[in-house]
Design a protein around this ligand. Structure first.
Ligand code: DGL
Length: 271
């Protein structure tokens, strides 16, 4: 069991922000990632659709013998974490609770921003978790679906990307937030541009960091840490879209990672 891979799912390339952190902190773990870029974005879909797709992705990962599931997508976490926890008999973690907890630790003035997809903002999961943990925190949420499109297109540094960030975050910049949760796993790929625009007074929270700690805690609790002393060479990243663009984004984003990229069709997932 300990040598089995950890499974990760996302609506596209965004989940790689979590995979990157796990590869850095837990380098001997094998990873199977599946990104559903063919049906991206999930953020504009109904809750029922997101639950259905998340089930399909997790069933595919289960067939690969994963020992633990990481829902590396805020939208899928908001819609399907409870369902998948109930349904699967392996540990399942999401990214919303770790992100919310990190923001509470980081903020000094209790004004926290959350940028996410439309579906995640509508779910109010971040707001609920933050208010539950710290009732005096003021939460400013904003849906920025355009950022997902930019990342899926691997348009991470262009003037167009900069102008979209400036336009979409203009109002948020006027608020008193000192901490901003990147509440969609695609957004850390734009972190430098977002930081440049908001300035150093706003601390960005990439939920991948606390999520990786949570993964480690789970693996230790369930005695599932991979005992191998060798760095993993067995990781596989699946995409439901064409492999070329996915691979380009993955190799740029995780230059140190050893992995191979493969396609899995949506039809195959639905079998
Ligand atoms: N990466 C996903 C998230 O964390 C969502 C992107 C999308 O498909 O809309 O919410």
């Amino acid at each position: 069991m300990k040598n089995q891979p950890i499974g990760f799912l996302d609506s596209g390339v965004g989940g790689l922000s979590v995979v990157k952190e796990v590869m850095k902190k837990l380098p001997n773990e094998n990873i199977i990632f599946v990104g559903d870029s063919a049906r991206n974005p999930y953020g504009n879909r109904t809750k029922e659709e997101v639950i259905q797709y998340s089930k399909e992705l997790s069933h595919f990962l289960l067939k690969k013998n994963i020992k633990m599931l990481v829902i590396a997508c805020n939208t899928a976490t908001a819609a399907a974490l409870d369902v998948l926890k109930e349904e699967l008999d392996i540990p399942v973690v999401g990214v919303i609770e770790p992100g919310s907890k990190s923001a509470i630790k980081k903020t000094k003035n209790n004004e926290i921003g959350v940028i996410a997809t439309v579906r995640t903002v509508e779910s109010a999961e971040h707001r609920n978790q933050i208010s539950h943990l710290n009732p005096s925190a003021k939460v400013h949420t904003l849906a920025v679906p355009k950022f997902v499109e930019i990342v899926e297109n691997n348009d991470l540094t262009s003037n167009y990307a900069k102008s979209v960030i400036e336009r979409e975050l203009k109002e948020l910049k006027q608020t008193a937030i000192d901490t901003l949760i990147l509440g969609c796993t695609h957004y850390p790929l734009l972190a430098d541009l977002i930081q440049d625009y908001l300035g150093e007074d706003v601390s960005l929270v990439d939920p991948a960091i606390a999520t990786t700690q949570l993964i480690k805690d789970y693996l230790m609790t369930y005695d599932l840490l991979n005992p191998s002393k060798e760095k993993s060479t067995d990781s596989v990243f699946y995409t439901t879209a064409k492999t070329e663009k996915f691979e380009q984004i993955a190799r740029n984003w995780i230059p140190i990672g050893q992995f191979r990229v493969e396609n899995i069709s949506v039809e195959e997932l639905q079998k």
